[in-house]
Design a protein around this ligand. Structure first.
Ligand SMILES: [Zn+2]
Length: 64
């Protein structure tokens, strides 16, 4: 037997921070991942509301 024991709990215990309110998101909190960033679900809604819409890439523009 030559397999490595991977610990999924390792990932679960990784601290996640909300990009909106800068508070830690508890594992049991509802979480939304947007563009690689983590948000509380309510924070994400708040952000979307503030922006007026969900920001998205404009394919006709170069982002540099
Ligand atoms: Zn938050």
């Amino acid at each position: 037997m030559d397999f490595q024991t991977k610990q999924p709990s390792d990932q679960l215990s990784r601290p996640v921070w909300c990009s909106e309110c800068c508070l830690r998101i508890a594992p049991y909190d509802l979480r939304t991942v947007f563009k690689g960033k983590d948000y509380h679900r309510h924070c994400f809604k708040k952000m979307v509301h503030r922006e007026g819409k969900v920001p998205r890439h404009n394919p006709s523009k170069d982002e540099k």
